[in-house]
Design a protein around this ligand. Structure first.
Ligand SMILES: Nc1ncnc2c1ncn2[C@@H]1O[C@H](COP(=O)(O)OP(=O)(O)OP(=O)(O)O)[C@@H](O)[C@H]1O
Length: 337
């Protein structure tokens, strides 16, 4: 398979803090993550807060170095490159869009300067060509030329996110990673920004990694959806299968909680809090909240298994039957140890 970026068994840990002070514990932000992103595809990443979505996004664009595992960029090991080579490789082939454009953009730089910056850093064409590119980028994201000298503070939230998108596209990347790109925006402009991303992806043939805690939005934006739980990928599903036909109990629960589905899908309650990422449960990370968990789940991390549809894989000892729209909640768990 033609691949832009590939993660092989990547692990990321952070030093844990208690009350602001560093402790000896480690937070397991990513555990054994394998992922490939091919040209032109959109991979959605979904999961509750703290499951490792942003960490995964940062690993994909070379901002975060995994403690172990490999990040291959077009087949080359990113972290074996010299720092300069890595910066050039990642800088020219990827763009990142963050959640909050108010903090992602330097408030002292005009729109023109924000968009010129990556072109200058990577010595993209002549000075004249860079100016032309700035105009072209503003047009691509629907910003009127009159805003070129505006500062971020003079723009609306939606306009600021358009600038951030244009900046991510400046060097014609093959891959754009968008980390919750609409969650800081007013509801009224969210749809416009999502439509813009879909349109740009089509027109420019981009690969997009789209991160969100909102499973409905992820499903709409993506070809393939990755469900994460406590730093692990627990299911990988073609987007049109992320419904009440997912195999992993966690994906089912997320989907059942999505707004607007209450009439068609039986709600599946997620009991209790997400366990600490400092001391994740043994075996399956989801077992402490899973209605199907057994003693096996406490003992063994589930292997990745294939569902009946190509490209649909899950990690679960007791998957929900793909053909049942309503999981058997009565088949309640014996409390795992
Ligand atoms: N720099 C850091 N130092 C310590 N712990 C961190 C650091 N960055 C992330 N973490 C922890 O790593 C885990 C994964 O965090 P991450 O931000 O990737 O999750 P997330 O799914 O993106 O969450 P959210 O949706 O809230 O942004 C969390 O437990 C988080 O507290």
């Amino acid at each position: 398979m033609n691949t832009i970026v590939e993660l092989c068994d990547t692990h990321v840990t952070h030093k844990a803090r208690t009350g602001g002070l560093l402790t000896r514990d480690r937070v397991h932000a990513l555990t054994g993550v394998d992922l490939r992103v091919a040209p032109g595809e959109t991979v959605g990443v979904v999961g509750e807060s703290g499951c490792g979505k942003s960490t995964l996004a940062k690993v994909l664009v070379g901002v975060e170095r995994p403690a172990s595992g490999t990040v291959l960029f077009r087949g080359r090991d990113l972290w074996s490159m010299t720092p300069g080579e890595r910066r050039t490789t990642v800088g020219r082939s990827t763009g990142m869009i963050f959640q909050d454009p108010s903090t992602a953009l330097n408030r002292r730089l005009s729109v023109r300067r924000v968009l010129r910056d990556p072109l200058d850093v990577h010595e993209h064409g002549t000075a004249r060509e860079r100016e032309d590119r700035v105009r072209e980028l503003m047009g691509l994201v629907g910003l009127p030329p009159a805003l070129a000298d505006a500062l971020p503070g003079q723009l609306s939230g939606g306009q600021r996110q358009r600038v951030a998108i244009a900046r991510a596209l400046a060097l014609e990347p093959a891959l754009v990673v968008a980390d919750e790109p609409t969650s800081a925006l007013d509801v009224s402009v969210r749809a416009q920004i999502l439509n813009l991303l879909l349109d740009l992806k089509e027109r420019l043939g981009l690969a997009l990694v789209f991160v969100s805690h909102d499973i409905q939005t992820v499903r709409r934006m993506s070809d393939r959806v990755i469900t994460m739980y406590l730093g692990r990928i627990v299911e990988e599903t073609p987007a049109d299968r992320v419904t009440d036909r997912s195999c992993h109990p966690y994906t089912r629960a997320l989907f059942s909680a999505a707004p607007g589905l209450s009439r068609t899908v039986e709600p599946i309650p997620l009991v209790g809090p997400v366990p600490s990422a400092t001391r994740p449960p043994s075996g399956c990370p989801f077992r402490t909240r899973c209605w199907k968990a057994t003693e096996l789940c406490a003992r063994q991390v589930p292997e990745l298994a294939d569902a009946s549809t190509p490209g649909h894989r899950y990690r679960c000892h007791h998957p929900v039957d793909e053909d049942r729209s309503t999981p058997d909640l009565a088949q309640s768990a014996r409390e795992p140890s």
